[in-house]
Structures are given as structure tokens and as C-alpha cells.
Design a protein around this ligand. Structure first.
Ligand code: ATP
Ligand code: MG
Length: 466
């Protein structure tokens, strides 16, 4: 299975884009909420502090009224006044005007209000700047006990601002925490939502290069269907081109077989002509070359057949019987090399489903290799066993070096030191193709005889249990 490509930093990802588009509205909502909370908090702090100012104004009015009633002069430095207007955080100012508009006590900068701004008996408020700082002023004009008297109390806005900030923080901090906590949750949600994409990736990358069948569209989300359909369309076209190529190779190999057969017959005839001995070595070399070419063409044809889609018909057969039969066919070849070719298998049948012609071709190639690479007088053992059905060939040859193992199934690959033996390098490619068609696997390793061990194992339940 191919791995997903390494992700580079800063590369756009769907997860990041979705996360961004989901978080952006949340942040905008937080900003709007912050602004309205700020306004509300200011309003609340203003109202709360205005009430305090109003209380002080009322108390000051009581004090002025009782002082004047007892016919005492109004002393701005009096303890009561300093207690009333004293505050640890804010600076407070006051002013007391009598009915004629004369300042009796307090700060002259707190000017008496024009009559049209008075809303007696209610306290009126306004903002002004004193000593370079904004102050909030409460003005109370008395119309009952002391007609025309005006009491003003003003304070800087430190407490108000603190209160507003406190209220703002109380609302905004929990909201920001909720948004921060929701990011991993959103991330998780997006990952879950994008899971079908990952499934599709696995479906595609889990395929072999030869599998050009359409990708199943079941369980594919509607948004991905156009992509999958386009991909299936491409696979279909690609498959058609590939089949056309295979047909061409099969046809070409088939066409070449006839002139080769004629050539072989002609060479045999020339070799049998004992009257002309001088050309015999040339004919012998020609015969060897034609035999190699015939073998190559035969292998090409077998490979084309094993890859062709036309041979998909599978039928039940007995693996043990076929293996015994194929091994028997190689007894004369084994005898020529004085190789002890044996067969081990159970008496009972090993039922499998498949294309018996292709499976025979695969077996022939494995036994042929073993006989080819085993030394003169060596041993080759073909065997079958059930559960799961396996056909194995072990030999006493040189074996396959570990470095060669990943390469031997490639087409036309022949190990460097196998050049002494004849071969086209297509045998194991045919075996692997046949295995793929049967849901089987071919493995190569070391045999107990000291050489190579090849196993052809049927793994697909449907194939191995007819
Ligand atoms: N039993 C074996 N012992 C040692 N090496 C082997 C054995 N079988 C295969 N190989 C190695 O794997 C290579 C590929 O084998 P493969 O059957 O594909 O090609 P070939 O036998 O050289 O040619 P062909 O089978 O087409 O005539 C061989 O050339 C050889 O190096
Ligand atoms: Mg071979």
C-alpha cells in the first residue's frame, strides 16, 4: 500500500481551511459581543456610580439645609463635608449655590447650571473636564426647603472605568475560553467529517497496479461522487488501452511462433544433412538461438494470457493432482541432469477454484527454475498441502540472495550470476500474475535443501474453498 505523500509545512489542507472558515465567524461574533458588552458594562457602571453621586448630593443638601437652619456659616472644611465627598480612588469636588446664584462653598469651577438645564426635583448629570481629567457631575436644584439652592457634586471616573472593565472581563473571558475550547472539538468534528476522503484514499492506494476495476461508489458521500466517477472513467479508458496492448503482444507472439517453427524444422533438416559438415557448427548455434527465441516467445504468450481478462473463468480442480501431473512432466528433464525430482502430497484431493491452464503454467515455471538452478545430481522437491492450499518447490541450488528477493518477480530480471543458465526472466512474472488472478501469494525463501523455496499459497477463501 502506498503511503500518503509527506505533508509540507504551510501546504493548504482542507482541515485548516474548514477550521479557518468556522473559527472566523466565531471570532467576529466574539468581537460583536465584546463591543456590546463594553457598551452595556459602561452603562451599568455609569448608572451604579450615578446613584452613589445622587446619594452624596442628597446628604450634602441635608447638611447644608440643617446648617443654614441653625444659622451657622457653611464651612467648606467641615468634617461632615470632607467625609461626604472623600473617596480613596476618585477625586471629588462640590459646590453649593444659594437662591441668588452666589457660591456659598466649594469649587468655583463647578458653575451653576442654566435654568433650562434643571429638571427639578430630579438630579441632572453631565460630564466636564477639571484639572485635565474627565469628571461626572450631579446637580440638584432645591425648590422646597431652600428654593433656588443648588448642590453640585462631581467625581473623577476611576471607579466607573474599573467597574466597567470588571463587568467586561466577567463576560468576555468565559466567552473566549469557550471559543478556545471549541477549537479542538471543531477540529475533531472536521476530521470525522473528512473521514470518507481518507477511506477513499485507502481504497485507491490499497490496490495493485494491475487492478484497474472501477472504484466502488457505495458509501461514497455525494460530494465525492464526481471525483470518483471521473477517476473510474479514467480507469476504464486506461484498462481499454492496456487490454489492447496485451492483445497486440499475444497476437505478435502467436504470429512469430509459426516462422520460428519453420526455422527450427529447416535447421533440423540442415543438421541432418551429413554431406555438408562444414556448416554444422553454424547450424548448431542457429538451433540454440532459435530455441531461446522460441522459449521467449512462449513465455511472452504465457504472460499475455495470464494478464488477459478473457481468462477469468474459474472452475474447481484438484491442486494435488495437477501438481503431481506437472512434476511428472519434468521427470525426463530432471533425469538428464541426474536431479532427484520428488513429489510430496496427500492422497486426498485439495480442491481449489481457478484457471487450471494458468495454474499449470505457474507450476511449470517454478519447477523449471528449480531444475535449472539446482546443480547436476542435486535435489528438487515439489509438494502440496492443504489449509490453506499451497504448492511449493524446494531445490538444492544456490538459493536467492536477500538483495535479489525484491527484484526476481520483475519482468526480464535475471540475477547477474544466472547468466550462465538459459532464460528470459519472465517466468516468475508469469507466476505472480497467475497468483494475483487467484487471490494467491507467491513467496520466495530458503529451503531445507539449502537452495530456494518458492510457495504459491491460495489465500482467497472463495478460491480455496469451492
Ligand atoms: N530456484 C531458483 N534458484 C535460484 N535462483 C532463482 C530460482 N528461481 C528464480 N531464480 C532467480 O530469479 C530470476 C528470475 O526467474 P524467472 O523464472 O523469472 O526467469 P528465468 O528463469 O531466468 O527465465 P524464464 O523463466 O523466463 O525462462 C532468475 O534469473 C534467477 O536469478
Ligand atoms: Mg524461470
Amino acid at each position: 500500500m502506498s503511503r500518503p505523500p509527506e505533508r509540507r509545512r504551510g501546504e493548504p489542507t482542507l482541515t485548516r481551511a474548514l477550521l479557518g472558515w468556522l473559527i472566523l465567524p466565531l471570532v467576529v461574533a466574539l468581537a460583536v459581543s465584546a463591543y456590546s458588552t463594553y457598551r452595556n458594562a459602561n452603562q451599568l457602571a455609569q448608572t451604579e456610580r450615578d446613584l452613589v453621586l445622587e446619594g452624596i448630593t442628597d446628604d450634602l443638601k441635608e447638611y447644608v439645609s440643617s446648617t443654614l437652619e441653625s444659622r451657622q456659616p457653611l464651612d467648606p472644611g467641615a468634617l461632615t463635608i470632607s467625609l461626604l465627598i472623600g473617596d480613596a480612588r476618585d477625586r471629588r469636588y462640590f459646590a453649593v449655590y444659594d437662591g441668588s446664584g452666589r457660591l456659598l462653598a466649594g469649587d468655583r469651577r463647578l458653575r451653576r447650571l442654566a435654568d433650562d438645564r434643571i429638571d427639578a426635583p430630579r438630579t441632572v448629570y453631565d460630564d466636564l473636564v477639571l484639572d485635565g481629567r474627565t469628571v461626572r457631575r450631579a446637580v440638584l436644584r432645591d425648590n422646597e426647603d431652600m428654593p433656588g439652592f443648588e448642590i453640585q457634586v462631581a467625581e473623577t471616573t476611576v471607579r466607573r472605568e474599573r467597574l466597567a472593565l470588571h463587568l467586561l472581563r466577567g463576560v468576555l473571558v468565559p466567552q473566549a475560553i469557550v471559543i478556545l475550547l471549541s477549537i479542538p472539538l471543531i477540529w475533531f468534528g472536521i476530521s470525522r467529517g473528512l473521514h470518507p476522503l481518507e477511506l477513499l484514499r485507502r481504497r485507491i492506494s490499497g490496490r495493485s497496479a494491475q487492478d484497474l476495476d472501477a472504484i466502488p461508489v457505495d458509501h461514497t458521500p455525494r460530494e465525492l461522487l464526481p471525483v470518483v466517477s471521473a477517476l473510474n472513467d479514467l480507469l476504464l479508458r486506461f484498462k481499454a488501452v492496456q487490454q489492447e496492448q496485451r492483445r497486440f503482444i499475444a497476437d505478435a507472439a502467436h504470429q512469430i511462433k509459426t516462422p520460428l517453427a519453420v526455422l527450427t524444422a529447416e535447421i533440423d533438416l540442415a543438421l541432418s544433412d551429413k554431406g555438408c559438415t562444414c556448416a554444422q557448427p553454424t547450424y548448431a548455434r542457429l538451433q540454440a538461438a532459435v530455441s531461446r527465441l522460441t522459449h521467449l516467445v512462449g513465455q511472452l504468450l504465457a504472460l499475455a494470457h495470464s494478464e488477459s481478462d478473457a481468462d477469468r473463468a474459474h472452475a474447481p480442480f484438484d491442486l494435488a493432482e495437477v501438481a503431481r501431473d506437472v512434476t511428472g512432466e519434468f521427470l525426463p528433464a530432471a533425469a538428464r541432469k541426474r536431479i532427484d525430482l520428488g513429489f510430496e502430497g496427500p492422497e486426498h484431493a485439495i480442491p481449489v477454484r481457478g484457471n487450471v491452464v494458468l495454474v499449470r503454467e505457474a507450476m511449470k515455471n517454478l519447477v523449471d527454475n528449480a531444475l535449472k538452478f539446482a546443480p547436476e545430481g542435486g535435489t528438487v522437491t515439489a509438494s502440496v498441502r492443504s489449509g490453506p492450499p499451497v504448492f511449493a518447490v524446494a531445490d538444492s541450488g544456490p538459493g536467492i540472495p536477500d538483495a535479489e528477493l525484491p527484484l526476481i518477480f520483475q519482468r526480464f530480471h535475471r540475477a547477474a550470476d544466472s547468466n550462465t543458465t538459459e532464460g528470459s526472466g519472465l517466468g516468475l512474472a508469469i507466476v505472480q500474475e497467475v497468483a494475483r488472478k487467484h487471490g494467491a501469494v507467491v513467496t520466495a525463501g530458503r529451503s531445507a535443501l539449502g537452495g530456494a523455496l518458492f510457495e504459491f499459497r491460495f489465500e482467497d477463501e472463495a478460491v480455496s474453498q469451492p
